[in-house]
Design a protein around this ligand. Structure first.
Ligand SMILES: Cc1cc2nc3c(=O)[nH]c(=O)nc-3n(C[C@H](O)[C@H](O)[C@H](O)COP(=O)(O)OP(=O)(O)OC[C@H]3O[C@@H](n4cnc5c(N)ncnc54)[C@H](O)[C@@H]3O)c2cc1C
Length: 567
């Protein structure tokens, strides 16, 4: 049995930041990741990370207001204040660790203006910001001596008497299961993008931690809020960073009209993401698209700017579509990108309710995309997610290590937990092939989610997807895994991940059917208006023996009363 004070599950930016904070606070930390840490999805972040620095004439209050407005007033304002007021110190910390942020002509840290924001406050490293930060963070982690279990897959959380005491994980190389005992556990397992097909997310973004926490009894919040990014490539759904529009890119319809001038005269292409995605989809639906897409035109930026600041986009255009973006516009459309909802936590990442209102599991923390603090509400602003990972990653690591300081080692029966996890895997491996496959169920799930829980939604379609998910869950109970071996059994892992994805999907659909209004990314054709009277509240989904149960929590408003949202 492995033992530590703080167990961090996930090694993207949230997990690494939590592990570093807990280690600095004197805790013995183990960090687990199903892929090599620098292959976590944080690595794919392109455009940048937000912070309002006062020496730029910016203020964190302005950043907080833009975030509140972007969230369509569903974000909790106390949490947003924490995130925005602590942003500056995180950027400086990362700079000091060695992140080489892009600079302006005078040598100061450069910024670009991202969507839904009135100022240029997005710090960036060309269009590979996530990769640059993740690698530097990993260096810090190596230096710290934190134990990092790489390519280990978590199959179960160990929960007893309402508290989390560690996890069971499989070393993928050998197929061996191990119990990891911990005083406190931080989940930082990232998003669930692949519940939708296509998605900009890596294939590993399967909502594992979200499902594990849900099954263990932690409510999930705002799950209906799913972000469709305005610029994803036709076909593959690969992301074209918002940085492309931040640098001055235009959106055109088939007639060459810059249609955003009509919909959002003030912020145009840089209105918030939910707004731009809806405008694009309207153009496409009303027959002004080009083969199911609209066009992103970057030609006027010139080859020099494109190759300096958008080199990945230049390469993506060339390699995936054969288009030279310096010479031709590129076809794009809205695509699934980000989950605003997740494991309900407080501002220190606690996934349990100190005030006794919503439940949860003690000693369990969550941070990053798997968590819902809630700072993004109905719609996340571009470049606020990396910020969320580092601010709340650090705060969770600090709180988890602080709590562990006062605790004795927890009681864990190694034999019992190993046996229960082994039995589960054995029964999955024992099933005979019945003609259905993990890949087929995954595809049917993803395409149904995009069809009926996309940019526009309505009751009938969502009910069809609900029935579909129920049917897929039944099929999943019988699906067989082809590879019966122990070493590097990725087929087995895909099989387990599919179970996590189905649990996540169920909660997204239930939340979306429940919310009878349009707010942020959740736009219902049958309820097209925002309804503050009835729906200025969060929807929580709880797992119970009788099936999922819904409850509600008020939105915390500190200083910004809801207003009509115009861009
Ligand atoms: C293409 C793309 C571009 C983006 N660009 C930006 C941007 O420019 N700015 C911005 O703010 N946001 C951006 N985002 C969003 C942002 O990158 C993510 O929300 C954020 O990086 C998530 O970080 P994380 O640490 O929560 O999770 P991740 O980086 O996804 O890491 C999850 C970790 O959990 C581990 N894990 C998961 N399940 C298990 C398991 N069962 N067992 C063991 N380990 C497990 C994984 O191995 C991984 O280490 C982008 C997202 C995408 C997809």
């Amino acid at each position: 049995m492995l033992e530590c004070d703080v167990l961090v599950i996930g090694a993207g930016l949230a997990g690494m930041r939590a592990a570093l904070a807990a280690h600095t606070n004197g805790a013995k930390v183990i960090m687990v990741s199903k892929v090599h840490p620098v292959r976590s999805h944080s690595n794919a972040a392109q455009g940048g990370i937000n912070a309002a620095l006062t020496d730029r004439g910016d203020s964190w209050e302005d950043h907080a207001f833009d975030t509140v407005k972007g969230s369509d007033y569903l974000g909790d304002q106390d949490a947003i204040e924490v995130m925005c007021s602590e942003a500056g110190r995180e950027i400086i910390q990362m700079e000091h660790w060695g992140v080489i942020f892009s600079r302006d002509e005078e040598g100061h840290l450069g910024t670009r203006t991202f969507g839904g924001q009135r100022r240029a406050r997005t710090f960036f490293v060309a269009d590979m910001t996530g990769q640059a930060i993740l690698h530097v963070m990993y260096e810090q982690l190596m230096k710290s001596g934190v134990q990092s279990l790489e390519e280990w897959f978590v199959t179960d959380l160990i929960v007893a008497d309402g508290e989390c005491r560690g996890c069971v994980a499989m070393e993928i190389r050998s197929g061996t299961l191990q119990v990891i005992r911990a005083k406190t556990v931080v989940l930082a397992t990232g998003g669930l993008g692949r519940v939708f097909e296509p998605s900009t997310n890596a294939l590993i973004c399967t909502g594992d931690g979200i499902a594990l926490a849900y099954k263990a009894g932690v409510p999930l919040m705002d799950m209906e809020m799913v972000q469709f990014h305005p610029t994803t490539l036709k076909g593959s759904g690969v992301l074209i960073t918002e940085g492309a529009r931040a640098e001055g890119g235009y959106l055109l319809n088939k007639d060459g009209d810059r249609f955003m001038l009509k919909y959002a005269p003030s912020m145009k292409e840089l209105a918030s993401r939910d707004v731009v995605s809806r405008c694009e989809q309207t153009e496409i639906n009303e027959g002004r698209g080009v083969d199911g897409c609209v066009l992103l035109d970057l030609r006027h930026l010139g080859e020099k700017t494109i190759k300096e600041r958008l080199i990945q986009i230049y390469e993506i255009g060339r390699d995936l579509t054969g288009i030279d973006i310096t010479k031709e516009p590129i076809p794009i459309r809205p695509g699934m990108h980000y989950q605003m909802g997740g494991i309900k936590t407080d501002v220190d990442g606690r996934a349990w309710d100190v005030k006794g209102q919503w439940g949860g599991i003690r000693n369990l923390f969550a941070a990053g995309e798997c968590a819902c603090v809630s700072v993004h509400g109905g719609n996340r602003l571009g470049a606020n997610s990396l910020l969320d990972t580092v601010v709340f990653g650090r705060r969770s690591g600090e709180a988890a290590s602080q709590m562990a300081k006062d605790m004795k080692p927890t009681e864990v029966s190694e034999e019992k937990w190993l046996k229960s996890s082994e039995d589960k895997l054995r029964s999955l491996l024992a099933r005979e092939a019945n003609g259905d496959s993990v890949a087929k169920i995954r595809w049917d799930l993803g395409t149904s989610m995009v069809e009926h829980l996309g940019v526009f939604r309505e009751e009938e379609g969502m009910l069809a997807t609900k029935a579909k998910v129920e049917d897929l869950k039944r099929r999943y109970e019988k699906v067989a895994v082809q590879d019966k071996g122990k070493m590097f059994n990725t087929a087995l892992i895909f099989g387990i991940e599919l179970g996590y994805m189905l649990d996540c999907a169920e909660t997204v659909v239930l939340g979306a059917i429940e919310r009878k209004e349009s707010r942020g990314a959740h736009h219902r054709l049958d309820y097209p208006q925002r309804d503050d009277g009835n729906w200025m509240k969060h929807i929580l989904v709880h797992e119970t023996p009788e099936g999922p149960r819904l409850s509600y929590q008020p939105v915390t408003v500190t200083r910004w009363q809801p207003q009509e949202r115009k861009y």
